[in-house]
Write a protein that binds this ligand. Structure first.
Ligand code: ATP
Ligand code: MG
Length: 195
């Protein structure tokens, strides 16, 4: 059996316990050797929204994952100029890591991905894990025929946490403790994010 590496892409603005639980479950359920978190550079799907600086999102991801020896964080997208494309990232990681890649997503993200134009390239590069996520129904979700082997659904303990809600909470002065790791909460305060 070759190496099996999980890849968890995201904006992570900020990273929260929903992301961490999803990665940890994938690690166990798919017998991965580790999970590589890949914070996006400038996400093309969020171009019209304000996204925090990549360096802040990268650092929060490092802080959140520091205590887990099987979690790593990649700077590959943070350092790339221009918008981020998952296909390019997976191609680069495949060459760099020499492992079978398992791309970990939530239900909302996988529903978007299967609509992409170049999705067959994508499905050649990695196996996709689609985690259940409160508010996004996977019933009726069907992977286009020839790619049905490339996606596996994964049930995880439901956490109705989103970065959007956390940003709204900070802005409104409502609590985020227990939604994000303590160090991430401190970083948000120190850097003055989402005010
Ligand atoms: P935003 O509200 O800004 O879109 P988000 O909480 O959706 O943030 P992202 O960085 O967009 O976080 O998500 C990265 C990946 O993590 C995506 O694949 C997303 O589906 C997944 N994910 C995020 N939150 C959860 C959650 N609570 N449960 C399961 N998967 C999640
Ligand atoms: Mg999202």
């Amino acid at each position: 059996m070759g190496r099996r590496l999980g890849v968890m892409g995201g904006t992570f603005d900020p990273i929260h316990y929903g992301h961490l639980v999803t990665a940890e479950e994938a690690l166990a359920q798919f017998e991965l050797e580790g999970v590589l978190f890949v914070p996006t550079g400038l996400p093309w799907m969020k171009e019209h929204e304000v996204v925090s600086p990549a360096e802040d999102r990268y650092l929060m991801t490092v802080i959140a994952t520091a205590s887990n020896p099987l979690f790593r964080v990649s700077r590959i997208e943070v350092e790339r100029e221009g918008p981020t494309y998952t296909v390019e990232t997976l191609r680069a990681l495949k060459a760099e890591e020499d492992a079978d890649l398992y791309f970990i997503t939530g239900a909302d993200a996988i529903l978007e991905i299967v609509q992409w134009k170049d999705r067959s390239d994508l499905f050649d590069l990695a196996h996709f894990i689609a985690a259940t996520r409160p508010g996004y129904d996977m019933a009726g979700f069907e992977v286009p025929g020839e790619m049905s082997d490339a996606v596996t659904e994964m049930n995880i303990p439901a956490l109705a946490i989103s970065s959007t809600d956390i940003r709204d909470r900070v802005k409104a002065g409502r609590p985020i403790r227990y939604l994000v790791p303590e160090g991430v909460k401190s970083y948000i305060e120190k850097a003055g994010l989402y005010r």
